[in-house]
Design a protein around this ligand. Structure first.
Ligand SMILES: NCc1[nH]cc(CCC(=O)O)c1CC(=O)O
Length: 311
């Protein structure tokens, strides 16, 4: 298949949210496409859009419609042919989507860790500290390590959340290292270990979305795909789907490619982190490791924990 030719008159239109992190990630995708295909500057352009999730910042994501709030506007723009591709944080992309959309490529994954802002470690949080997060996973993980802390809702983009710590609305918060690094804040926060704080499925990965009908874009996107990132994130998302996770469920998953195999580690929690079921598997790429690991964890879980994931 030959590559479609994008020109100054007919540039490749890259849809993105307007938040500073989304724009930084879209710039990375744009640079990768230009580099891979040797395109002049104005043969590619960013189309920034405001997402519902950016407009409503005072309620937890799970209460106002979940991850779709980040992707809905961009999906509509794809359907209406206002953009050719959309750039998403894979963490914000729904596990179940209509198959008119295809994640066609992923950029090389960034640092997968979470960082703690407001204290040097979980142990250093002051007694009864107020930790701001609207993520059920982070709330469960923090409370597991520190049952005394209070979780207070905290949303908004990275800068907004950091400002809430400065003004004392919360004593501490947790943010993805990937987002901080991409915003030039590599020195902000203290890294949490994967043992204490396994990340969300897809954390640190940026995906490029297109309409299934736009097969003409495949060669463009194949050239910028990082195959190991794609396979690992695919495994984590297969685990989410198999365990019945959504944005209300405290679940963590991290996969790595090891040669022709995938090592997948996953955890499911009750809301306060008092129960944790974890497991790891190593399986041949294309195998059903994620589904088996989900069944293993659900099989070990109490009725209460299983109830959180029953879907
Ligand atoms: N839900 C918000 C969101 N989506 C992606 C990132 C960070 C970048 C990433 O994890 O890929 C963040 C902020 C955060 O969790 O700190």
């Amino acid at each position: 298949m030959t590559c479609p030719i994008f020109t100054v008159e007919r540039p490749l239109r890259i849809g993105t949210r307007r938040s500073p992190l989304a724009l930084a990630q879209a710039e990375m995708a744009m640079a990768a496409v230009k580099r891979a295909h040797n395109l002049p500057d104005d043969a590619v352009k960013l189309v920034p859009m405001l997402a519902t999730g950016d407009k409503i910042q005072d309620r937890p994501l799970a209460d106002i419609g979940g991850k779709a709030l980040w992707t809905k506007e961009l999906e509509r723009a794809l359907i209406e042919d206002q953009i050719d591709i959309a750039v998403h944080s894979m963490k914000d992309v729904e596990t179940w989507r209509p198959d008119i959309f295809v994640i066609s490529a992923m950029l090389p994954r960034a640092d997968v860790h979470d960082r703690l802002i407001g204290a040097a470690s979980l142990g250093d949080l002051k007694q009864d500290a107020r930790v701001g997060t609207s993520s059920p996973r982070r709330a469960a993980q923090v409370q597991r390590a520190r049952p005394d802390v209070q979780i207070v809702p905290l949303r908004g983009n990275v800068a907004t959340r950091l400002a809430h710590i400065d003004t004392g609305d919360a004593d501490a918060t947790l943010l993805a290292a990937a987002g901080l690094d991409r915003l030039g804040m590599a020195d902000v926060g203290a890294e949490l270990s994967l043992d204490a704080f396994l990340p969300a499925a897809s954390q640190g990965a940026v995906g490029i979305d297109r309409l299934a009908s736009r097969a003409d874009l495949i060669p463009i996107l194949e050239a910028i795909n990082d195959a190991d990132t794609f396979a690992a994130v695919d495994a984590e998302r297969a685990f989410l789907a198999a365990v019945g996770g959504n944005c209300h469920s405290p679940v963590a998953a991290l996969a790595r490619v090891e040669g022709t195999q995938i090592r997948l580690r996953a955890e499911i929690f009750t809301a306060d982190g008092s129960e944790l079921q974890s497991g790891e598997c190593l399986y041949d790429m294309g195998g059903d490791g994620p589904a088996q690991l989900a069944q293993e964890l659900l099989g070990k879980a109490s009725a209460e924990l299983r109830g959180i994931f029953a879907s």
